[in-house]
Design a protein around this ligand. Structure first.
Ligand SMILES: [Fe+2]
Length: 319
């Protein structure tokens, strides 16, 4: 029963992976300029810098010793005993791409990136109901599964756009290899699959399956949120486009004879339509008022000249 439930969970996860790649940002990823690509790498690098601290924080409070050990195993890979750490390797790859160490060391997390980090920590807050299950699913999705999917795009861009082969990479390519769902590293399960047996033992009934899927969805949303800063806001874009279209249509419409017929004529247009005698009567009233204003007798009504309101209020005559 549990194996079947885990299978259901795994299929749900596969759906999230497909959704991840359908993000507008990845559909046009290969068209990024080199500078946009670097900016993207530096912002997602902030999540990478937080990886060890986030895993260390998340595991504190779990009841399962097996779960602890799965996390510790991944953390040991992060800072191996006799080899460069993963952050050393990340710097190596960024230098290879042409980003200076100074630039890497002085990256300022954007507002969206900072919010993403905040959301990831919020997901591993303690205490929570079903803590072990929620934490393991959250770390697997946001720390392993989606990292591999994300780095697929990075590797492809490096190879196709920058001419850097996977074999030259020490960070993005090896990470993709060992984080990928279904991957084997020297015959052993990769990071994502190292959660399998444990999750299978945890998802024991329908309620637990719901919890796992809920945690996966929230981790997916938090981790994917970082991409929002790299695409134009569709609503803002649509509103701007719609605004321009409406303004254009309005301008065209105002030039048409239909509009001219629909629009209320101005006071002078009205006067122009009168027979000469009547028109002169009203024009004389205007001239009189202008002269009164010039002589300083009645300046307060000057702003009403040219309006029918003036004629009615000042002269008690309605045109
Ligand atoms: Fe990993």
């Amino acid at each position: 029963m549990s194996a079947q439930l885990f299978q259901q969970y795994s299929q749900f996860e596969d759906g999230l992976i497909r959704k991840f790649h359908s993000h507008r940002f990845y559909r046009t990823f290969s068209q990024l300029t080199r500078e946009q690509f670097i900016d993207y790498l530096l912002q997602i690098g902030v999540l990478s810098e937080n990886f060890v601290k986030w895993y260390e924080t998340a595991k504190l409070g779990m009841a399962s010793e097996v779960a602890y050990e799965v996390i510790r195993h991944i953390l040991r890979d992060e800072i191996p005993q006799n080899a460069p750490t993963h952050q050393d390797d990340r710097l190596y790859d960024l230098n290879l791409i042409g980003v200076s160490t100074e630039r890497v060391r002085n990256v300022k997390p954007s507002e969206v990136t900072s919010k993403t980090v905040e959301r990831l920590y919020e997901l591993v807050r303690y205490p929570q109901e079903d803590y072990d299950l929620r934490i393991m699913v959250t770390l697997r999705i946001a720390g392993e599964v989606l990292v591999a999917e994300q780095y697929q795009h990075v590797i492809r861009y490096m190879r196709v756009n920058l001419g850097i082969a996977g074999s030259q990479s020490r960070f993005y390519f090896p990470h993709w290899q060992h984080d990928l769902k279904g991957a084997k590293v020297e015959g052993e399960p990769g990071h994502t699959d190292s959660f399998d047996k444990l999750l299978e033992s945890m998802i024991t009934d329908e309620r637990k399956l719901e919890v796992a899927m809920d945690a996966a969805k929230k981790a997916f949303e938090a981790r994917s949120g970082i991409h929002d800063q790299f695409v134009r806001k569709p609503t803002r874009f649509l509103l701007r486009t719609a605004g321009v279209a409406v303004a254009l249509l309005l301008t065209l419409f105002m030039g048409t004879s239909v509009y001219q017929k629909m629009a209320k004529p101005s006071y002078y247009e009205f006067l122009a339509s009168l027979p000469p005698g009547a028109r002169n009567f009203y024009l004389d009233l205007e001239i009189s008022l202008i002269e009164r204003a010039r002589a300083g007798i009645d300046v307060k009504n000057l702003h009403r000249i040219g309006t029918s309101k003036y004629a009615s209020e000042v002269w008690s005559v309605w045109p």
